[in-house]
Design a protein around this ligand. Structure first.
Ligand code: AMP
Length: 190
């Protein structure tokens, strides 16, 4: 099964993806984690994306699509992929559909975590104080939220038209959101 965890930055996608990795033996494919690893390793790619990421803007479609391609076989060999933070543009969503189709699979379900903007800003202020993640500073977070609203949210009708979209209230506790996700997965019969 291939699943997209969809939602704005700091909605809890990463937390929920990690839980599904444990419970369902799926592979988390987080382009944000892959890009941060590239920066930490000091690679050419890392140097290219560091500034863009710190400002909260999106890196190019080509870069993230290539990162995803390089990990698809690993996901296929296990229980499937949980896409976390990808796709973020229509071009990425179309590329993902083509890649999966070519490999004889596809996206089974898109789970949208709904969290209101104020709650996101409160969460991220706490996270910034704790972890000091550069792009969690208030200015960059604003840019990330804008990128979500203008470039990523328009994917919702794309997946709705494919009848793959399920909405989950992301405002509750980690456990409550996890229970809602399990319910959505159970109901999908996949
Ligand atoms: P995330 O950890 O998913 O919030 O991603 C952190 C940052 O990495 C984003 O603000 C973007 O700069 C970059 N990034 C991650 N995934 C993507 C993507 N699918 N498309 C473009 N940029 C991305």
């Amino acid at each position: 099964m291939n699943l997209i965890l969809f939602g704005p930055p700091a909605a809890g996608k990463g937390t929920q993806a990690k839980r599904l990795v444990e419970s369902r033996k799926m592979v988390q494919l987080s382009t944000g984690d892959m890009l941060r690893a590239a920066i930490a390793s000091g690679s050419e790619l890392g140097k290219r994306v560091a500034g863009v990421m710190e400002r909260g803007e999106l890196v190019t479609d080509e870069i993230v699509i290539e990162l995803i391609v390089s990990r698809l076989s690993e996901a296929e060999a296990s229980g499937g992929a949980i896409f976390d933070g990808f796709p973020r543009t229509l071009a990425q969503a179309e590329a993902l559909d083509h890649m999966l189709q070519h490999r004889g699979s596809g996206i089974d379900l898109v789970i949208r975590l709904k969290v209101d903007d104020q709650a996101l800003m409160d969460r991220v202020a706490g996270r910034f104080a704790e972890s000091g993640r550069a792009d969690d500073n208030p200015e960059s977070f604003r840019v990330r939220l804008d990128a979500y609203n203008t470039q990523t949210a328009p994917l919702l009708p794309y997946y709705e038209a494919q009848k793959k979209l399920v909405e989950v209230d992301g405002m509750g506790s980690v456990e409550a959101v996890a229970a809602s996700i399990d319910k959505a997965l159970g109901a999908s019969h996949r």
